[in-house]
Design a protein around this ligand. Sequence first.
Ligand SMILES: *Cc1c(COP(=O)(O)O)cnc(C)c1O
Length: 406
Amino acid sequence: MPGFEFWGDEERKEVNDVLETGILMRYGFDGPRKGIWKSKELETEICNTFGCKYAQLTSSGTAALTTAMAALGIGYGDEVIMPTFTFVASFEAVISVGAIPVLVDINETLTLDPLAVRAAITPKTRCIMPVHMCGSMADLEALMDICREHNLVLLEDACQSIGATYNGKKVGTIGDAGTFSFDFVKTITCGEGGVVMTNNESLYVKCDGYTDHGHDHAGVDRGADLHPFIGYNYRISELHAAVGLAQIRKLDQFLEIQRANQSVLKNILSAIPEITFREIPDGGVDSCTFLSWFLPTEEITKTVVEQLKEAGILAGNFYWYNNNWHYISKWDHLKNADFLNGQGTEITNTLKQLATKSFPASDRVMSRCISTAISLGWSESQVNEKGEKIADIVKQVLSKTMVTMG
Ligand SMILES: *Cc1c(COP(=O)(O)O)cnc(C)c1O
């Protein structure tokens, strides 16, 4: 799953190029950097690898989402529709630009349910932000139809699905803008980093300035740049970009291993008729960072999770329903509007209303879902062994449940 598993001489070489000159910043110092521009090089590689016209690196995936939203003009009073199952960064970014996150149900794709999205649209809605969780994507055709009908912006949070495709295009390059994260546990890593991708030149120019204090990057040197708008510092460093450059060249290899390992695991679990799998939308190809599977009931799933824990093989099998980072049921800090500083009443009131809302459709999906992380380092016999152990536990739990029920 994460690129850090394949750290090696390639990464060391790229980082060393930067250490030789000591120019750790991505802008300026044209003479002393001796032609070393790792961030620019990585942006070009991202455009070539994923098939987008423009790429703006950032210091994190969260910063990439914030940057994309600001550049798309999403701000105070605007509503952004997003799923109940994601990583906390998705709503953090919405709040950071002064907008309001509107959480809606997911379905068995583990991403936004287009019907729930439709039902959540108000006159304030500006943006739909699907989050392509755990290697696979939302039903983008359906979401794009809704965006066209209601004149909304589509921002893809593709942080977890680097390399997945939809109708032949890489996810993250299909909406008005899309983002990847290159944090330490993502498919490819920079240590920390992220990117905004788009085919829209003026949007890209805004992202470029926003991540660097509003600099227009048009002067003869940084001191001569103008500032057409207010920005922040969300820059990536040359050291981080250097790591990413080595990693992106290994992406095809990572994806190939993930697909092979996922398919072995899926074959083993498919032999159990009670197990079903995460739905992939028509035209979609999973990046296979996880295998996400469902059991018939919440009770059976919880028992299987307990048994996996008892057998010492829970690590790498994620039960998101009970997870503090990924599912709305545990986001108390969001529902309490626990901010360090003062915020508008509109945002705090909206968030506090979340505490009174329930999401039974999402609960029905998430309470039965286990995602098994696919490691790059597994040998074929290790995948087989893992799969067989999981399958044995599931069969035991199922047979006991059947006896009780019978
Ligand atoms: C990792 C992640 C992010 C943000 O990434 P960071 O680089 O850690 O800030 C955003 N959204 C999702 C779904 C993620 O998994």
